[in-house]
Write a protein that binds this ligand. Structure first.
Ligand code: FPP
Length: 249
């Protein structure tokens, strides 16, 4: 088992769960069965994060671009999501995990949307971990949505543009109130951000692994965290300044 230091855990982990299709191809089965196996890997990752004390886990479950996939695949992904929510509600409650979402939830079909609202509402008081699902999510759309809202609020006299700064802008994003991810994991060997959390990833440590998402285990999660823990996050400063900062705390 990989060793990790539980005193310096990332507070927020974001994951681009990639490779379900290639996993299915490798096992000469249909893509949808790959997604089903991917949903199981979601359960494993959520449990492992909760167990070690990660506070926020954001999963890229469905992008705005994914709407363009074959209709059958989109329907299957929606079905798997609904099934996941139905089956996992008891576990989320038991583990005191709050479910939140980012993205254009209104585009989801009514029954998935209803289920999501129900699970979000029932878990809203849980405070051990936040499981944040990115659904019908695209970062460029999120930024445009924020800009439009700021302009509207400006017209309504609710915000003074001269006072707009990084913090107030962040509050207009779907992720308002959440810390930015400390660690981004992308599976399947692709080294791209793919329109995910563009603003929020500004200082995030990126970790790419060849493991296909359905094969992603607790051990793989630990490897990613161990790699994160070896890095020095300088936020644009130099090492010496960081040491000075640390010693003054
Ligand atoms: C990427 O694999 C994965 C997705 C587009 C969807 C992620 C969905 C799941 C993990 C299952 C359902 C989710 C939940 C929250 C229960 P890909 O199809 O792009 O793989 P490929 O690049 O190998 O074709």
């Amino acid at each position: 088992m990989i060793k990790i230091d539980t005193d310096i855990l990332p507070q927020h982990i974001a994951i681009i769960m990639d490779g379900n299709g290639r996993w299915a191809e490798k096992h000469t089965i249909g893509r949808i069965r790959g997604h089903r196996k991917g949903a199981q890997a979601v359960r494993t990752a959520v449990r492992a994060c909760r167990e070690i004390g990660i506070k926020y886990l954001t999963l890229f479950a469905f992008s705005t671009e994914n709407w363009e996939r074959p209709k059958k695949e989109v329907q299957a992904l929606m079905f798997l999501l609904e099934e996941y929510l139905t089956k996992e509600l008891a576990e989320l409650q038991k583990q005191e995990i709050r479910l939140t979402t980012i993205g254009e939830i209104d585009r989801l079909n009514p029954s998935v949307k209803e289920k999501l609202l129900q699970v979000k509402e029932s878990t809203s008081q849980n405070d051990k971990m936040v499981l944040n699902l990115a659904l019908s999510y695209g970062a460029k759309d999120e930024i445009i949505y924020a800009v439009k809202k700021i302009l509207k609020d400006n017209l309504a006299g609710k915000i003074n543009i001269d006072k707009l700064n990084k913090e107030t802008f962040s509050n207009y994003l779907y992720t308002s109130g959440m810390p930015d991810p400390d660690l981004l994991i992308r599976t399947s060997g692709e080294c791209r951000i793919s329109n995910f959390l563009l603003w929020q990833l500004a200082y995030t440590e990126l970790y790419f692994t060849n493991v296909l998402w359905p094969d992603f285990t607790k051990d793989d999660l630990y490897k990613a965290i161990a790699s994160y823990q070896k890095r020095e996050r300088r936020f644009g400063l130099i090492s010496e300044q960081l040491r000075e900062k640390d010693s003054s705390i």
